[in-house]
Design a protein around this ligand. Structure first.
Ligand SMILES: NC(=O)c1ccc[n+]([C@@H]2O[C@H](COP(=O)([O-])OP(=O)(O)OC[C@H]3O[C@@H](n4cnc5c(N)ncnc54)[C@H](OP(=O)(O)O)[C@@H]3O)[C@@H](O)[C@H]2O)c1
Length: 256
């Protein structure tokens, strides 16, 4: 599906957004649209994707094109990414935002649920990032910004399958950065704490979670600054430092 509008600003950032209907991605795109960016949006829900694209056009994006895709299907990634970059006539930034929380109690009983979480949150990003990193290395430029999670910093009983998908993703991003940074490519690992979006709407205490627009502004700034690792909101960095260092003999008895 192509719903492109033509570029208008002189030298806009060219940004590919995978999982563009995510609450965090959408809010970050609103920041970029207000700066006149060119955006290529990928999402699996055609109605939501069209609504997001329409909104970003009215907010000042100089170019918006879209593609409907289920990102679990890695066989389609090369064609999808080549098409997106062709449509944008290049790429400065890719934001990978798609993800699922999954059903932890079900995943404890049913391997298929665990496998689905790992497919969407880890295997699909590994496929997308492998292609995108090689594209950026060839051009010696580009930023790959990826939404991992504080949940990946230590496995907890309440969400260790989701957490392990994000731990794998964070380890992959660290290794990828170690490979491509010297080639002029930035890898930004974004670890949000709990944020108010559709993903967390049914969680206890979700009204106290971080505001998505504030989180988005911090993410956009960190990407501009070519930050390696971002905890957002910032207090999650010291919190996770403490959680990572709790001795296992104590940690295993906690209800986290
Ligand atoms: N919100 C938080 O508290 C929080 C904290 C830490 C990390 N994160 C991470 O931040 C990212 C964005 O989360 P969010 O809070 O913005 O959640 P969200 O609003 O629920 O967005 C998740 C997005 O992923 C899309 N998606 C899921 N599977 C997909 C697939 N196979 N193909 C294409 N799109 C797919 C969903 O599409 P549909 O709308 O079609 O389902 C949805 O747009 C996720 O990776 C999440 O793990 C979130």
């Amino acid at each position: 599906m192509s719903t492109a509008t033509r570029p208008t600003s002189a030298n806009p950032k060219k940004i590919l957004v995978l999982g563009a209907t995510s609450g965090i991605a959408e809010a970050t795109c609103r920041v970029w649209a207000s700066e006149g960016a060119s955006l290529f949006l990928v999402g699996r829900n055609p109605e939501k994707l069209a609504a997001v694209a329409g909104d970003l056009r009215t907010r000042g994006a100089s170019f918006v094109d879209t593609q409907v895709a289920d990102l679990d299907d890695a066989s389609k990634h090369p064609e999808l990414l080549a098409h997106a970059i062709n449509s944008l006539t290049g790429m400065d930034i890719a934001l990978l935002a798609h993800g699922v929380l999954g059903d932890q109690p079900r995943a404890e009983q049913d391997f298929h649920e665990a496998a689905q979480i790992l497919l969407t949150n880890l295997l699909a990003p590994v496929s997308l990032l492998t292609w995108l990193a090689n594209y950026c290395v060839q051009r010696r430029s580009g930023t790959l910004a990826v939404l991992s999670s504080v949940a990946g910093d230590r496995g907890r009983k309440s969400n260790y399958v989701y957490g392990s998908s994000k731990a794998g993703l964070s380890a992959f991003l660290g290794g990828l950065r170690n490979r491509v940074d010297r080639e002029g490519v930035t890898v930004t690992n974004i670890r949000p704490g709990p944020v108010k979006t559709a993903m967390t709407a049914s969680m206890k205490g979700s009204h106290k979670f971080a505001d998505v627009d504030k989180v988005a502004r911090t993410i956009a700034k960190a990407i501009d600054a070519k930050t390696d690792n971002l905890y957002v909101p910032f207090q999650w960095q010291p919190i996770m430092f403490v959680i990572r260092h709790i001795p296992e003999r104590v940690f295993k008895k906690l209800n986290l």
